[in-house]
Design a binder for this molecule. Structure first.
Ligand SMILES: Nc1nc2c(ncn2[C@@H]2O[C@H](COP(=O)(O)OP(=O)(O)OP(=O)(O)O)[C@@H](O)[C@H]2O)c(=O)[nH]1
Ligand SMILES: [Mg+2]
Length: 446
């Protein structure tokens, strides 16, 4: 292992932090620092100067860590210097002249993983934590970093091993036909329970994606009811064209905003009406596609809808949250509408009245509690893929048990399920290619 260095902070700030990690860290540092740090105590901070021969480059603080008690598990140090581009480049250059090499993206975290400081899913959580932009994504990354997902996987592994040993017991004594060691129905219920847990984890991916990329909210209704006006009002930006011509919006327009720490992705759509216009028809087809992938539907009206309209909308919104928005309250009295008890909010998108109430209603219908109370939320596509493959293997075990297949056939699939799940934490030997893929998305310096 060579010794690596990189700038860990974004350039342009008042301070810059340069990280060094590897067996030669303290020796290399001592060549460019005014004090000899090779004998210094771990977890100490040292004031001094970075020098290039006789020339002083900067006045700095050096924090010092020794293996294995550091982020990477190696001897390492962090130099806090002034944020000047010149100083930072000069310090890095001096470190490299004295034997360091520039770190690759994510190389510190990769070393932390290779040195057993964290498992692979925790290493991935570090990248998510750095990228987290609101409370929900922060919470998910933090829970993964603290090992909640890893320990759930550990429990699954134990159950799978238990199932394996029960099957092996059956095999060892298969000559004694009169002996029944593992009741097959017991094996079946253990396998079922494992599969339920794997499936639940895999299903949480959809919620994880929604929280990460924004909960999709479709803004729909007839033409000219004020959908685009509402989008612009929500985004506080002139994002979509507004006009009193029916059928102004043709394509779907999407953008995200945060409401109370949750990201929502609003999708403005083409107004629904009968039309001969080919392009508008394509737009309306897209409206239905947007409804399809939305979790929440904002149905905007500017007149009392017919019972048929309501029933149609209820059908589109099946398994989704539907909020009726009575728009244009500045010029229309819409108090007496019969909406069959659907939840509704009265607003004027044009003048901004009722927006607070609407945002509250949107936030509540996201039902964050039920999204996040599923203790663990899978947010990473790689993990999702692993869970699906593990589910396939376990399904084969379940089917095999039902078909009374012999134990040795079943243990093959069980072994595969165990190995597959281990890919998430990197407990199995992880191919370099996979590691490379994971860490290449990190920033240099992490
Ligand atoms: N008085 C009043 N006019 C509004 C309100 N909201 C929208 N409008 C007007 O209604 C007209 C249509 O608004 P848009 O936002 O383009 O309506 P849309 O639903 O996106 O229409 P399409 O894209 O054609 O489906 C514009 O002239 C808006 O200024 C409102 O709250 N009050
Ligand atoms: Mg529009």
């Amino acid at each position: 292992m060579d010794t690596i260095c990189a700038l860990a902070t974004a350039p342009g700030g008042a301070l810059g932090i340069i990280r060094i990690s590897g067996p030669q860290s303290l020796e290399i540092l001592s060549h460019v620092f005014t004090k000899d740090l090779s004998k210094a105590e771990p977890n100490t901070i040292h004031y001094g100067h970075i020098k290039d021969g006789a020339e002083i480059i900067d006045e700095v603080m050096v924090s010092l860590f020794r293996a294995p008690h550091s982020y990477t598990g190696e001897d390492s140090a962090e130099i806090s210097c002034h944020g000047s581009r010149y100083i930072i480049n000069k310090v890095l250059e001096l470190l490299i002249q004295n034997g360091c090499r520039m770190a690759e993206p994510g190389e510190y975290t990769q070393r932390a993983f290779l040195n057993g400081k964290m498992d692979l899913s925790q290493a991935e959580a570090v990248a998510d934590l750095i990228a987290s932009s609101n409370k929900a994504t922060h919470q998910m990354a933090m829970s993964q970093l603290r090992g909640q997902f890893s320990s759930a996987l550990g429990q699954l592994r134990e159950q799978l091993l238990k199932l394996t040993s029960l099957l092996e017991l059956e095999l060892d004594f298969s000559d004694h036909e009169d002996l029944e060691f593992a009741d097959r129905s017991e094996l079946f219920s253990i396998a079922k329970e494992i599969d339920n847990r794997v499936t639940r984890l895999a299903q949480s991916f959809e919620a994880g994606q929604a929280l990460k990329q924004g909960i999709p909210v479709a803004i729909v209704g007839k033409t000219n009811v004020g959908k685009s006006t509402l989008l612009n009002r929500l985004l506080k930006d002139d994002r979509a064209i507004v006009s009193d011509i029916h059928g102004t919006t043709r394509d779907t327009i999407e953008d995200t905003i945060d409401i109370k720490g949750i990201t929502f992705r609003f999708i403005d759509t083409a107004g629904i009406r009968q039309t001969q216009d080919e392009v508008e028809q394509i737009g309306i087809t897209r409206t239905y596609a947007a409804i399809d992938k939305a979790r929440i539907i904002l149905w905007i009206i500017d007149e009392e809808p017919s019972i048929k309209d309501i029933n149609d909308m209820l059908q589109y919104a099946e398994n989704k949250k539907l909020i009726v928005i009575k728009n244009k309250t500045d010029k229309i009295n819409n108090n007496g509408y019969n909406l069959l008890n659907l939840p509704s909010v009265t607003i004027s998108a044009k003048f901004g009245t009722g927006m607070e109430e609407l945002e509250q209603a949107i936030y509540e219908s996201a039902d964050i509690r039920s999204l996040t109370e599923n203790d663990i939320i899978v947010t990473n596509a790689r993990h999702y893929d692993v869970l699906l493959r593990a589910h396939d293997s376990i399904q084969r075990v379940i089917e095999g048990l039902q078909m009374q297949l012999s134990g040795d056939l079943l243990s093959e699939d069980l072994r595969q399920a165990i190995d597959t799940l281990a890919e998430i934490t990197g407990g199995q030997i992880t191919p370099n290619e996979v590691l490379g893929n994971i860490f290449k998305n990190f920033c240099v310096g992490k």
